[in-house]
Design a protein around this ligand. Structure first.
Ligand SMILES: Nc1ncnc2c1ncn2[C@@H]1O[C@H](COP(=O)(O)OP(=O)(O)O)[C@@H](O)[C@H]1O
Ligand SMILES: [Mg+2]
Length: 360
């Protein structure tokens, strides 16, 4: 199960007469057999282009894509054992559900009874039993997306590709479909590359998330690694929220990092990265890791903003000329504060993550 299936090797794609648009900039990603990898990043960072390169709809400017060790560069899209599901479903509007789902197999000239059997299996899998005669416009958005997925699965692809498939669905349905896609993918064990700009979707679906920025890979890791050990400010800021507090390294010895924070010394376990004495860094802490209370805490502060949202309260606390965002979950009567309240702020040292900070 640990074998690598899909490899993107120094993948580059430029657009424009002079190649002035660098859509994919030297991408290296290795995807394992059966793995679910999501390409996540802001609009325009090169996600769709990467997916289209994998599918063969675009040809790489340089670099290679390998499937089970073989280069795909000279393999046309219809010969690649892949299937793609699009945001707009891309169903044939004048064809019934059955004809839509069976289309690819008919093109492959499979026997009619075999086709019927395969279609039946995926229709069952996708909860579409009894809908074979309907036309796409007689289906809800969620059902249309199920048909699109059935049409992809019926081809028994080695690799399943998704480009923002849930963006056109309403919020509740999106969460439901998310769970369904994940269950299906795990059950069938199909290697999957999924594109989205929605971080919750990426977190809930993926074995690993590849964060992209300006055509490059910023970080790849499990949802936990990405959240707990973001490799850059961009990642920390893109996934969830974070406070970035400027500091300098006082010392770095055997796995212990000593830094100054608001006039106090702080000792935290050093991550894989090594830092030198005097090096400027950011101390990164998530709002939900900080605590605010009336009686105890490392730092004194004042509530500058309090936003009550029912399941949470979001505070902006001013301390030592800095603003720190704090989120309190399940707020109870005693720990709801008002703007202007004098409070204590607790920033547990284990909750900090350290990132290098460029100066100049
Ligand atoms: N066919 C094309 N011609 C010119 N530029 C393109 C083309 N396709 C994509 N781009 C550009 O490449 C960059 C990456 O686009 P895309 O892969 O669609 O990003 P994403 O899917 O992450 O939003 C963008 O700057 C986009 O404008
Ligand atoms: Mg896109």
């Amino acid at each position: 199960m640990e074998s690598t299936t899909l490899v993107l090797n120094n993948l580059v794609k430029t657009f424009g007469r002079q190649g002035e648009v660098l859509a994919v900039n030297n991408l290296n990603i290795e995807i394992r057999q059966g793995e679910f990898v999501t390409l996540l990043g802001p609009s325009g960072c090169g996600k769709t282009t990467t997916l289209r390169l994998i599918a063969g709809f675009e040809f790489p400017t340089s670099g290679q894509i390998l499937l089970d060790g073989e280069s795909l560069n000279d393999v046309p899209p219809n010969k690649r054992p892949m299937a793609m599901v699009f945001q707009n479903y891309a169903l044939f509007p004048h064809m019934s559900v059955f004809d839509n789902v069976s289309y690819g197999l008919k093109v492959k000239r499979q026997a009619a009874d075999l086709i019927r059997e395969s279609v039946e299996i995926v229709m069952q899998l996708m909860n579409l039993v009894g809908m074979g005669d309907r036309m796409p416009h007689q289906l809800s958005g969620g059902q249309q997306q199920r048909v699109a997925l059935a049409r992809a699965l019926v081809m028994q692809p080695k690799v399943l590709l998704f480009d923002e498939p849930l963006s056109n669905l309403d919020a509740k349905l999106r969460v439901q479909m998310r769970i369904e896609i994940r269950r299906l993918q795990q059950r069938l064990g199909i290697t999957t590359v999924y594109v989205t700009h929605d971080q919750a979707e990426a977190m809930s679906l993926s074995d690993r998330i590849a964060i992209m920025r300006d055509g490059q890979l910023e970080q790849i890791g499990t949802p936990r690694e990405i959240y707990q050990q973001p490799a850059s400010i961009f990642v920390a800021d893109f996934i969830g929220r974070a406070n970035f507090i400027e500091s300098c390294v006082q010392s770095c010895t055997d796995g212990q990092l000593t830094l100054e924070l608001f006039g106090r010394m702080l000792t935290i376990p050093a991550s894989q990265e090594t830092f030198s004495t005097g090096e400027p860094v950011y101390l990164v802490i998530r709002p939900e890791a900080a605590r605010v209370s009336r009686q105890a805490g490392n730092y004194t502060g004042e509530v500058k903003q309090a936003v009550y949202l029912g399941s949470t309260v979001e505070y902006e606390i001013e301390t030592h000329d800095h603003f720190v965002s704090v989120v309190v979950y399940n707020p109870q009567q005693g720990d709801i504060f008002e703007e202007g309240d004098q409070v204590f702020l607790d920033l547990p040292s284990v909750a900090f993550h350290v990132l290098p900070r460029q100066t100049g």
